[in-house]
Design a protein around this ligand. Structure first.
Ligand code: ADP
Ligand code: MG
Length: 435
């Protein structure tokens, strides 16, 4: 077989393989990352004085469900600053017209993520904000009514599965990791197992992968929640002067679903729920020694995130091809696809209501403003099983004729076809290989 025909055949086979794994149909209009803001109540530590010296002065106001204002009491000339977002959640006091509970978040964000996942769209929600601003409360939450998005989304997922029509099949895999001091830790690895050094890799077909990370196949909500409990216990928590239980690591929970309904293409999706470590500057937490080192590593991830966002936001304006430094931190490398690729992404900015946190809150709001300009390119991941079967048969036939051609160059019709195509310089399609 002439080498050029062989290389065309090989490249056609490679293309078929790629289509099989990542068949993306319907491209959505590049949607911008949706940005929400949530303001928490004053907490016990503020009221009792361990945080901010007991001073509780409300400096946030929400004139509408999409607007948040921050007031600077120190400077009477500095008018309140207003910011516009996709949605603003008031969780500071129950008597407010826009009071939002954990249930509100599930209805408005969680349910939509589930609908996306069921339809084969990737999702990501990441909670950003200073330590003690309410990130973990929004993502993981507490018990019963205080359950956060993660447990509610998982419950919703299995509720959806339970309602599937007869003959439908589904698979779910979950992974749970933290990034601590720029190292990835597998939170689902057995406690007594050797700690593996995990690295982020780019796979030409599968995209971002972390070889060696546990992906547990799960069949019920209870199983997932038990794994989340297990992983949460494995997380690094360390007391800082700001929040005794605050985690100093970034935490990423991922679930992958594959859903096949009779006579329909299979829909596959990946959803990340991310609880970031505090975005404050190190000095504020009175950190020293190891704590300071942690702070620097956390800031490496968060400062890279800021640079990535700034680069992406700039290119959205100038329409120039961006060159964001994704690889400079584990966090941004893992979230690359969520920040500019195939994903529907939401940022949840958690803010403190207290004037003592004015600077950090203002910086969170400004950062959130730039995230709003970033666009992703969500596509539906749908795999048509019957066409996959046909493609696999085509692949097999192509390989058979390749083999036959090597053994007996005169014997196969396909070969003479290939030779003809090669002479004519044409490109051959798989439909010519006898399917
Ligand atoms: P972070 O993860 O940003 O460091 P947390 O989620 O741990 O902050 O929140 C700090 C404290 O505030 C916790 O005690 C948490 O229970 C409380 N809190 C945060 N948000 C809310 C909320 N919306 N309603 C009630 N309590 C909240
Ligand atoms: Mg937290």
């Amino acid at each position: 077989m002439p080498p050029s025909a062989l290389s065309k055949l090989q490249s056609a086979v490679t293309q078929v393989k790629q289509v099989n794994v990542l068949k993306s149909t319907q491209v959505e209009d590049s949607p911008a990352i949706k940005v929400c803001v949530r303001v928490r109540p004053f907490i016990k530590e503020e009221v009792e004085g361990q945080r901010s010296g007991g001073e509780c002065k409300l400096c946030i106001d929400m004139p509408s469900e999409t607007q948040v204002r921050i007031l600077n009491f120190d400077d009477p000339d500095d008018d309140s600053r207003a910011f516009e977002f996709d949605r603003c959640y008031w969780s500071h006091s129950k008597d407010h017209p826009f009071f939002a509970t954990q249930e509100t978040l599930q209805t408005e964000l969680g349910e939509i993520m589930l609908e996306h996942a069921m339809n084969g769209f990737n999702n990501c929600i990441f909670a950003y904000g200073q330590t003690g601003s309410g990130k973990s409360y929004s993502v993981l939450g507490g018990k019963d009514e205080e359950r956060g998005l993660l447990p509610r989304v998982v419950e919703g997922l299995f509720d959806h599965f339970a309602k599937l029509p007869q003959g439908a099949t589904y698979k779910t895999l979950v992974a749970f990791m933290e990034i601590y001091n720029e190292q990835i830790r597998d939170l689902l690895a057995p406690a007594d197992s050797e700690i593996k050094k995990l690295e982020v890799k780019q796979h030409p077909v599968l995209g971002t992968i972390i070889p060696g990370l546990t992906e547990a196949a799960v069949a019920s909500c209870e199983e997932v929640l038990n794994l989340v409990d297990y992983g949460t216990q494995m997380r690094h928590v360390s007391a800082t002067a700001m929040n005794a239980t605050s985690s100093r690591s970034h935490c990423i929970f991922t679930f992958k679903t594959s859903l096949t309904e009779p006579d329909q293409p299979s829909k596959v999706s990946q959803t990340h729920l991310v609880d970031l470590a505090g975005s404050e500057r190190a000095g504020r937490t009175k950190a020293t020694g190891d704590r300071l080192k942690e702070g620097a590593a956390i800031n490496q991830s968060l400062s890279t995130l800021a640079r990535v966002i700034s680069e992406l936001a700039k290119s959205a304006k100038t329409k120039k091809k961006p060159n964001p430094p994704f690889r400079e931190s584990k966090l941004t490398y893992i979230l690359k696809e969520s920040l500019c690729g195939n994903s529907k992404t939401v940022m949840m900015a958690a803010i403190s209501p207290n004037f003592t946190d004015y600077d950090e809150t203002l910086s969170t709001l400004k950062f959130s403003q730039s995230v709003k300009q970033v666009q992703t390119k969500a596509v539906q991941n749908a795999v048509n099983m019957s066409s996959v079967e046909a493609q696999l048969r085509a692949e097999l036939n192509a390989l058979k004729s390749q083999l036959q051609a090597i053994q007996d160059p005169q014997a196969s019709d396909e070969l003479s076809f290939l030779k003809r195509q090669d002479r004519e310089g044409g490109c051959f399609g798989l439909c010519h290989t006898g399917i």
